[in-house]
Write a protein of this length. Sequence first.
Length: 358
Amino acid sequence: MDTMTSIPITRTRQSRITELDIDHLVFGATPTDHMFMAAFRDGGWQNPQIVPFGDLTISPLALGLHYGQTVFEGLKAYRTAAGHIHLFRPHRHHARLNRSLGRMGMPAVPEALFIDALHRLVELDQDWVPAKPGTSLYLRPLVIATEPRLGVKISEEYLFIVVGMPMADYYTGKLKVKVETRFSRAASGGTGAAKCGGNYGAAFYPAQQAKSGGFDQVLWTDATHHEFIEESGTMNIFFVIDGILITPPLSDSILDGVTRDSLLTLARAGGIPVEERKISYKALEKAFLSGKAIEAFGVGTAAMVSPIEVIDIMGKTYYPSVGPDALMYRLKNELQAIHTGTKKDSYYWNYIIQTVLQ
Ligand code: COI
């Protein structure tokens, strides 16, 4: 029996899929034909529907535009070798969405609504899930406060939207990053663990400064002492030192990354020593100075596993190992094989959407 939420669909009259250039995908620039929307009003989510992708109509007084009540997620759908579609760990993304919403004083999205919205949208726009190796359909659930009232208050109205777009690599080359000790991404007690829009907006200026110095991203340090490494822009951070996979422990200033958790799980299962522990930039520099081969990489849904080839620590340049036998590539390949169904999904991470095969 189909127990899914009933979601009315208004189909587009003119699909844009023939305009899609799969060999030249620009992240975020090619939305699929449709989007999901539901409204929160009178204390509940109402009117779920799938409509042609298009602009929203919200009041210029909408609270989310002024005071930052916006929360989002990012997850991916992959085409399997058999032609079906895998949504990767949607339940874990849902749980994080609700934690973020809670931190921002926004109403939870029921799990069934979240999963059904994704399922129905991906099913409808299934031709947009690319099969080319390294590509996927990126899905962006978003909740934004829409109550038209300028008072500084928690909104009583919201929109929950899901849009999708095919993507290839988020970062096309190996990354150059700079340890950031002037600006802060997130302070203890703040919103760092929430996937709220403000965290990203506040990071733009420091990232722009780093870019003008020739770097792709910053390596954030803790806001109190600017000593311990926390995240890189848009990614969780991992190091391999002495064969040990190291990542900073989760805290209220670090995003609980789904890719982070997946890699830790695969590494532990593969007998790789893992440490979730604080690592200071001074300890990292000491390890470089001792001549050890060190790997550094960022991980995230969009970024997947992105090798770092340069780290600037207080003006000195260090070069992590990025050779083809690096551990990060082994982990990346294993994760990719699970995404696309060429390796057994022992953890039931994939939510399978059966497609009607042509
Ligand atoms: C993701 O990896 O899904 C993100 O949300 C990071 C970035 C694209 C905003």
